[in-house]
Design a protein around this ligand. Sequence first.
Ligand code: NOJ
Length: 823
Amino acid sequence: MKFLSTLFGYKGWQGEQHATMSLSRQILLTAGRSPKMLLVTLWSSLLALTAQSVAQDYGTSPPVYPSPPGTGIGWEAAFAQAQAFVSNLTLEEKTQLVTGIEGPCVGNIGGIPRVGFDGLCLQDGPLAIRQATYASVFPAGLTAAASWDRYLIFFRGLFLGAEFKDKGSHVALGPVVGPLGRSAYGGRGWEGFSPDPYLTGIAAEETIRGMQQSGVQACLKHYIGNEQETQRNPRLSPSGTTIEAVSSNIDDRTMHELYLWPFANGVRAGTASIMCSYNRVNGSYGCQNSKTLNGLLKTELGFQGYVMSDWQATHAGVPAIKAGLDMDMPGSIGSSRDTSFFGGNVTHAVQNGTLDQDRLDDMVKRIMTPYFYLHQNEYPPIDGTEPTLNSDHPPYQHPFTLGASNVDVRSGHGQLIRDIAAAGTVLLKNTNDVLPLTTPKTLGVFGNDAGDLVNGQYFLTSAFQTPFGYEYGTLPVAGGSGAGRLSYLVSPLEALKARAALDGTLVQYILNNDLVTQPSGLGAIMPVPEVCLVFLKSWAAEGSDRRSLEADWDSTAVVSSVAAFCNNTVVITHSAGLNVMPWANNPNVTGILAAHLPGQESGNSIVDILYGAVNPSGKLPYTIALNESDYRFSDITNSTKLLRTEDPNAWQSNFTEGLLIDYRHFDYYNKSVLYEFGFGLSYTTFDVSDLSVDKHNATINPLPEDLPIAPGGNPSLWQILCTANFTVANTGNVTGAAVPQLYLSFPSVPSSIPTPRNVLRGFDKLWLAPDESQTVSFSLTRRDLSYWNVKKQEWVIPGGTFVMSLGFSSRDLRLKQHLDVVG
Ligand code: NOJ
């Protein structure tokens, strides 16, 4: 897999210019009763659950059975292979294929040598093959989204996938589109892309295509409504009652237009698998929710791959399987290796008639079809180092073939990593063109985010598990299973020193925030630098949500202190999510760069931007509000009362804001913001002109139903109904990339929840030389022009006039066109 860049034509940046816990316990308790009794118990539990959900204001989880069998649409030849394969297996072998076991990887399916099957190795995660040695650490999903560059996002997926494959890992546990980013405080928002479903949908699609073209299976996660870390799992109350995981209560329209939207893109892109989430959705656990799994995913979206559980997110056997779960990970119940909801229980359930053999066959076929489709029957062996890194040592219950250890899979991916990190850096302020730097005589570098790491290079260890991570060292990625083991890291200070040396620039630095904020803390700096660079960071990690949206480590005081001393202060943030910037309007803060989580090439990528080797072209994939309190509309559900509750069902998160998250909220309520969604400066300027709209001939309403459902849902939803054409020009003095953005304002829609004022429905990134212009077309599909009609249970194009607005951010809209689609 050495020459992917050549094969796929990656030219580098230069080239580019041109059921609940109680239900599960009942299953355990009812083990040994007759199958008929078991079914009665199950159904009554399900009905009770449904009744409980109906009573809620937000959404319901009605039962949807039976689980629709996969038919292999789009993967016909592989499906036939999977069918033949299944017909050759014993019942116990089928059970083995759907149940995780201990092994060398984070998740493992044991091999069956009798039929030449070597097993499956599942590894985290969305930005690196997490635990591996000699592997690359890519920019986070958030950074990729901030690039608004489909081409780079595709290559990120392709190169990531190649590293998984070369390490012998069949399934990459990513990308992430849930959390989508309902709350700015979400601890894992950075693993995914953007709170905008359209941008996230495209980023997921490109990532999945890239990954799977390299031969690895993608696992789109976490399905669905996984918008907070707090109480994501059940826990015991002080008196020993099981308090169930938070329930994300989402109304049907919001489910379709916001949270399900990017999953539809991912299914259409052919994702092999989907990971169901820890939380409950409308009262029922994500991994045994027949409405979301059988209904939305496997029926409405026509998903043909398999659903795997998040680790220990399975709370039952047969009910979860009937609700649509296909694979249990890691296969054990809690830390007890000898117990499983699946495994022997699945075998018994088939034997005693509780579970249809056909459903088990369907599970196996769903698992084996993508395997054959991606030719994984001929695959590199698992890197011999993996067992040590996973702390799961042989002997294993089933065989795994291990290959050489410490295989170097980095294959020169550093250049792409550097390019994406620069492309995902957003220039927010540039007073008097302080940037790009031109041979400054003196530079100051401040803040604990500028230097090298001092606590090690793998952010999963306990050294990083404080609410603020580690004090000293730059933040290339955040923590938890979405992190990566860094084989190297170029820190900002190191790269700046190297670049400054070319001009003989004097570089002075203080990396201790405590010192910087002391009254005479900057006394050692002499002379006062021409430009002072302040590096700030904000940590987040799986398992907890963020406490504050300001950067960590006394960041606001650090900026005031440096800015009081240096009237040309440029602030650079590395952060796991968005930051509020209380210092943004300080006149001495002349430059601001949101550099997100850049990965291993951090220092090089920021130097590329600071010195203008790369013209900034990143745009915010979220909104930066004026104040932290402005984000209260979608708070994480948490309170001292809930932390002490004895009510198993107390954790309810009602998504009352509906569709109005991020810019949709600020626009709807006409609120001023600091930097809006889609905003980002360049060292040049752009303009748009000549917007026109072509309508294509198509049956408009109702949605044609004669086409069979295909992955991604009714195929007519993807039909192009109109095209917006316009011209973009570079009106400045240097080459740069424009990101024209198209927003759509819907005519009035009959709905009990508010319709956003404007929604993103088109974007692209174009490199243009000074005075160069280019004509561009954005295609709008039926889905783009439809809302989810709850009564009709289908996508409907509203009558009336749409307004299309084109510009360079959600609030810099320069051209408008009116469009009547119906009639
Ligand atoms: C739990 C996380 O939620 C998931 O994203 C990850 O893939 C698994 N753990 C395995 O590490």
